[in-house]
Design a protein. Structure first.
Length: 323
């Protein structure tokens, strides 16, 4: 997430200029990019995170309108739930400067969503079900931070939430006696911001937790053992502005959204040498500050929030081959 232009500065636009390269169309293994749904920026429909749903649909968080919405395979948008407005109208998420809904996890019939308002009353993880779409708070997180990335370990039911402002990852059990009790999994130096935002996207894969650091441009991973994270190892570097990501289904290969640069990259980790990074989607294909990525079979989905472009927040779909 890169929000600086929305706060009235040109920093994010400048970052986009620094990252900008020659325009190009989709590159293999990505093909046939199509913008499936266009959203209303003036209504706060800025898609920040994505989760797969049934019947070819996906669910997204709209950061600025504080909503969770379902996007059908044909591009129809249906609002599922709306988070309550901050009780303190003057409260804003630190660094970011406004309240917003961020990470999203769908676990069967239940949804989990991260909310940052700068107020203790709302900041944390919220949940609702398909049958009861009234969100309730599951876990408190520090109000002087801004929870963002959210993922779940399906084997344990534990959520992991990143906070790019505080440079920390929290664990939140969703069942058992510790349900809803957040603890710090790690606040290692590699997670901290440099000038703006640190640890951002998050995904569990097997026994590992993968995260990104937006300022440092890194993808990191640690082994999930017990209540504290192990040492984080670097998977990839040189990805400044990286937001969320997902695995392609081909080993540890992944697709990552590079927000200010308006591109999606394919990252192929390699033992003993630098990961291979290939740009596969750009603004030419319809990206407008991409925030998150999802893959289902041979279909890839990318949300764009238009935080600094201020033009055409959307959902882009494309075909992904060779996995």
């Amino acid at each position: 997430m890169t929000f600086r232009t929305l706060r009235g500065t040109a920093v994010a636009i400048a970052a986009g200029v620094l990252f900008a390269g020659p325009a190009q169309a989709a590159s293999m293994p990505i093909s046939k990019p199509t913008v499936t749904a266009h959203f209303d920026l003036t209504a706060g429909q800025t898609p920040e995170n994505i989760a797969l749903d049934r019947n070819g649909s996906v669910d997204v968080t709209f950061a600025l309108s504080h909503q969770i919405a379902r996007i059908s395979a044909t591009g129809r948008t249906t609002v599922l739930a709306t988070l309550p407005a901050p009780a303190d109208a003057s409260a804003v998420a630190p660094v970011i400067g406004f309240s917003l809904v961020t990470g999203l996890v769908r676990d069967g019939n239940r949804f989990y969503v991260a909310y940052a308002t700068g107020s203790k009353a709302e900041t944390g993880i919220w949940t609702f079900t398909e049958d009861n779409r009234i969100p309730v708070k599951l876990a408190d997180l520090p109000a002087d931070g801004a929870p963002n990335g959210l993922t779940i370990n399906p084997a344990t039911g534990i959520l992991y939430a990143t906070d790019p402002v505080k440079g920390a990852v929290y664990s939140v059990p969703t069942r058992g006696r510790q349900r809803g009790y957040a603890t710090v999994l790690s606040s290692a130096a590699v997670l901290r911001p440099v000038t703006y935002l640190g640890v951002n996207g998050a995904k569990v894969r097997g026994e590992h937790l993968y995260v990104t650091n937006l300022d440092k441009g890194t993808i990191l991973r640690t082994t999930l053992t017990g209540r504290k994270a192990g040492t984080f190892e670097t998977v990839a570097t040189g990805l400044t502005g990286i937001d969320d990501f997902t695995f392609t289904g081909n080993g540890t290969q992944l697709l990552a959204a590079i927000n200010p640069a308006n591109k999606v990259v394919l990252v192929t980790p390699a033992r003993g040498r630098a990961a291979k990074v290939t740009t596969v989607l750009t603004a030419t294909d319809g990206l407008s500050n991409p925030t998150s990525v999802a893959v289902r079979g041979h279909q890839a989905y990318v949300t764009s929030a238009a935080y600094s472009t201020l033009n055409d927040p959307n959902l882009l779909t494309s075909r992904i081959a060779n996995h």
